[in-house]
Design a binder for this molecule. Structure first.
Ligand SMILES: Nc1nc2c(c(=O)[nH]1)N[C@H]1C(S)=C(S)[C@@H](COP(=O)(O)OP(=O)(O)OC[C@H]3O[C@@H](n4cnc5c(=O)[nH]c(N)nc54)[C@H](O)[C@@H]3O)O[C@H]1N2
Ligand SMILES: Nc1nc2c(c(=O)[nH]1)N[C@H]1C(S)=C(S)[C@@H](COP(=O)(O)OP(=O)(O)OC[C@H]3O[C@@H](n4cnc5c(=O)[nH]c(N)nc54)[C@H](O)[C@@H]3O)O[C@H]1N2
Ligand code: SF4
Ligand SMILES: [Mo]
Length: 802
């Protein structure tokens, strides 16, 4: 007998609704999109269709394994889950006794649903926090919006795309990376919206766009500053005057010598240094802004947005102070289209055309910029580039928290809520790399800087990493500088390395215990990261088939290990109970609804929309429901927090990537191409699925994309095998030549082809043969946050020789 099971695909952040038809033999016989799910309206991409092959794959890990030979030798002994948990528990307890909890680290890759329960696991024993790719993914973007808005918003994705009049895809390709936004942007396009794509490579989204703006990798900040300059020069920013004066610190007066905002204490003996100063248009004099009451010192103040004003300081001297926005206007004046073009290698006419599109949205509908998870911020200049884009977005006057504009979605706060993460159990304390990149820990308090984790594994300094537990992460594929990671995973300092995955991976091969994981078709799941712009459903996935052998879902593992340390923190007896708790605690109870205690009942409903769609509360800031928790209690165009984290300016600025034709001209003589790594492939989810025929057939070989002129100059032909070499090492890839790559740059996609595909007779490659992260490094990371320059370094290419 066949039955249909409604569930959710977890193979990218879209989390599309799926209906699986399964039979009595535990086979998936059909995969369909769920037409009733508002995320995908029944549409699926190729990855979901592979559920059949993944579930039935003969190479799936089925039982817990313990290393039998030397590390990496490939000899394994089957053990039970109890034995595995005994070994892990014992080692964690010993480690905590001997070295302290900070010597136990958890590693995780991208959001696969269980992330924040992993935080909970680590905080169960007050552990050493996580190592995960948030130093490059999402959080550089959220960190700079956090600095700017004082909250975890995502104004670069929580956008009402369907009602926009122009949309810029700023280093993001939603057609590959998450179809929910791709579908919405295509709807907007059908409704007349114009679409701009900023990307060194012409990809599928560019083919659908009105304008492709090629940029040299890592130079997006310069482009954003150039467009900002045009906004000022044309006066078009004045459309946002009302919003900027009411909700931002753009009109605050600045002491340009001190590079700080002017304070009441600068003007008066008994003035507060937490009160700020504006020039009141109505009174023709100063007024004082008091953040604690979010009000001025008197009624009827109308702050002046632009200009320079003479104020009297408390010692009686006079000083001319510009507003923050006037200061920004002056600073970006050097970014003429010609200068931007010289830096970004974007033709001047493309810059002007982009400006024309973003300032003339169709039907006067809003103009939106999306940098999504911040691909263009995987550079040495990540946060300042991001701030330049965020502030440009504000100058374009999007409706704040309203239709057609950007939404202040609450979900970001859910993901990090201590009720899930148990952050409140662990007082803020040292994490590896905090001294170098202080901001990483302040915005997201539980993570280590990856490079410092590998150092601590290699040297035992500043403290040894003795235990690492990886769930849904292959460190060798994920993080920069794979050669160093390989060495670290073989180090004697690391005494227990655990890895939980669907398949044996290069990283798992270096583990001491390998645990088998259940695929989304085989589990109920529970996702604690929702990236939806609108309508924000909370889905209730169902288990369709049995996991192979003794594979557990990730929550089973966390719950069972967590219970051994603190049963009160892990009260649940099943993943279904964990899922229901999340639904009730964050969605139903806060909205005055009855909690649901039967999983079947919740699953029957399929999804819940309590915060988006018709239930959305708009303009929450005007209603006092959302506060901008910056020092000024306003959105901060001018941020004194940025210099406090080690950045060069309270206003967005541009710095060259750490390796580039201009920052390292000598190196550039030999390593003569700008390299960006990690663009997503439609077929793969990071390093996964090169063993699945449905997917591998679409991209059979590792490849490097390059411009036809660069190829011609080097006498390289299409499909030819090449060496790609950086100062860190070299890998191989086939040449893919086109006009659609900016001249002087090359791009390598994310997968490392770690698995062979037996069905197609295509090889797999070892960790150092085709892995772009052999080429990348943490050197030249963004100063405050530590974003590694995965998308902006230098390389050279040559013909492949054995
Ligand atoms: N050079 C370069 N490197 C990058 C990037 C880049 O752009 N350039 N991007 C970075 C970004 S943004 C991210 S988010 C990271 C992502 O990096 P990761 O998420 O760590 O991706 P993988 O290296 O593929 O390792 C993930 C492993 O988890 C397994 N897996 C998948 N789903 C599950 C599951 O539900 N449970 C379990 N137990 N296992 C599962 C897969 O089989 C795979 O082997 O990569 C980062 N690395
Ligand atoms: N199919 C699939 N979907 C995925 C994933 C996957 O592995 N596969 N991974 C998921 C994860 S964790 C993430 S973070 C998202 C990422 O999602 P996106 O950011 O949408 O996608 P990417 O393909 O990583 O990067 C987008 C574009 O950035 C371009 N780019 C490279 N360097 C630069 C630069 O310096 N400036 C600019 N402007 N553009 C640049 C690339 O050419 C690429 O086309 O995708 C998610 N969705
Ligand atoms: S876009 Fe594709 S991979 Fe992503 S959730 Fe939807 S079906 Fe799955
Ligand atoms: Mo990511």
């Amino acid at each position: 007998m066949e039955k249909k099971v409604r569930t959710v695909c977890f193979d990218c952040h879209s989390k599309c609704g799926v209906i699986l038809t399964v039979n009595d033999n535990d086979e998936i016989v059909r995969v369909e999109g769920d037409p009733n799910n508002p995320v995908n309206d029944g549409i699926l991409c190729v990855k979901a269709f592979s559920a059949q092959e993944i579930h039935a794959h003969p190479d799936r890990l089925k039982y817990p394994l313990k290393r039998a030979g030397k590390r990496g030798e490939g000899k394994w002994e089957r053990i039970t889950w109890d034995e595995a948990l005994d070994i892990i528990e014992k080692k964690i307890r010993e480690t905590i006794d001997q070295y302290g909890p900070q010597s136990v680290i958890i590693s995780q890759g991208t959001g696969r649903g269980s992330n924040h329960f992993l935080d909970r696991l680590n905080n169960t024993w007050n552990g050493g926090g996580k190592v995960w790719p948030t130093h490059v993914c999402l959080l550089p973007n959220l960190a700079q919006t956090h600095v700017t808005y004082g909250r975890m918003f995502h104004p670069h994705e929580a956008c009402d795309y369907r009602n926009a009049g122009s949309i810029v895809m700023w280093g993001t390709n939603p057609i590959r990376s998450r179809q929910y936004s791709g579908l919405r942007i295509m709807d907007a396009k059908r409704n007349g919206s114009r679409v701009v794509v900023v990307d060194p490579v012409f990809r599928d989204i560019a083919a659908k766009a009105d304008l492709w703006v090629p940029v040299r990798p890592g130079t997006d900040g310069a482009l954003a500053l150039g467009l900002t300059n045009l906004m000022f020069q044309s006066g078009k920013f004045l459309a946002a005057e009302e919003m900027l004066t009411t909700w931002t610190n753009a009109p605050f007066l600045v002491d340009n010598e001190a590079r700080m905002m002017l304070r009441e204490s600068d003007l008066m003996e008994d003035g507060s240094d937490e009160h700020y100063v504006v020039w009141d248009k109505n009174a023709g004099g100063i007024a004082i802004w008091r953040p604690e009451s979010e009000s001025f010192d008197r009624d009827g103040v109308k702050p002046t947005l632009m200009g320079a004003f003479e104020v009297e300081l408390k010692d009686g001297s006079k000083k001319t102070c510009k507003t923050a926005l006037e200061t920004y206007k002056d600073e970006v004046a050097v970014w003429t289209p010609e200068k931007v073009s010289a830096v970004t290698w974007t033709p001047v006419e493309k810059i002007l055309e982009m400006f024309e599109i973003i300032t003339n949205p169709t039907d006067d509908k809003p103009s939106l910029l999306t940098a999504y998870l911040g691909a263009c911020m995987m550079t040495s200049n990540a946060l300042q580039s991001g701030r330049a884009i965020t502030i440009l977005q504000l100058l374009l006057n999007p409706p704040l928290d309203d239709k057609g504009g950007i939404y202040f979605n609450t979900f970001w706060e859910f993901m990090l809520d201590p009720k899930i993460t148990a952050y409140d159990r662990v007082p803020p304390k040292l994490r590896l790399g905090y001294d170098k990149h202080p901001m990483y820990t302040q915005v997201y308090g539980n993570a280590n800087i990856p490079n410092d984790v590998w150092d601590a594994m290699l040297t035992g300094e500043p403290w040894p990493v003795k235990v690492m537990i990886s769930v849904a992460n292959d460190p060798l594929g994920c993080f920069e500088n794979a050669t160093k990671i390989h060495e670290a995973l073989l180090s004697d300092v690391l005494e227990l390395n655990v890895n939980m995955d669907y398949f044996m991976t290069p990283g798992a091969e270096l583990a001491d215990i390998v645990l088998p994981a259940a695929h989304w078709s085989e589990r109920v799941g529970n996702f604690d990261e929702e990236l939806y712009p609108e309508p924000c459903p909370f889905n209730i996935p169902q288990k369709a088939v049995k996991a192979p052998g003794e594979a557990w879902d990730d929550w089973d593992f966390m719950r069972n290990l967590g219970k051994r340390f603190d049963p009160e923190l892990w009260p649940w007896n099943s993943s279904e109970e964990m899922q229901l708790w999340r639904l009730n605690e964050f969605h139903l109870i806060p909205n005055g609804k009855e909690p649901i205690t039967d999983y079947e009942v919740a699953a029957k409903q399929g999804y819940f929309i309590e915060y988006g769609g018709e239930n959305r509360t708009t303009r929450q800031h005007e209603k006092g429901l959302v506060k901008f928790q910056t020092p000024t209690m306003r959105i901060e165009v001018y941020s004194e927090q940025m210099p406090s984290y080690g950045y060069d300016s309270p206003l967005p600025s541009y710095n060259e990537p750490f390796e580039s034709p201009y920052s390292t001209p000598d190196l550039y003589k030999e390593y003569d191409l700008c390299l960006t790594t990690g663009a997503r492939d439609y077929a793969f989810y990071h390093s996964a699925w090169t063993n699945i025929a449905h997917q591998r057939i679409l991209e059979p070989w590792p490849y490097i994309e390059l411009n036809e002129e660069d190829a011609r100059e080097r006498q390289i032909s299409e499909g030819e095998w090449l060496w790609v070499e950086s100062l860190r090492g070299k890998i191989k890839a086939k040449a893919r030549i086109s006009k659609g790559v900016i001249k002087g740059a090359v791009s390598m996609c994310r997968p490392n082809y770690k698995h062979e595909c037996k069905e197609l007779n295509l090889p797999g490659y070892s960790w150092n043969e085709a892995n772009p992260n052999v080429l990348t490094t943490a050197d030249g990371s963004d100063p405050g946050f530590g974003a590694a320059p995965m998308r902006s370094s230098l390389c050279k290419i040559s013909k492949f020789t054995e």
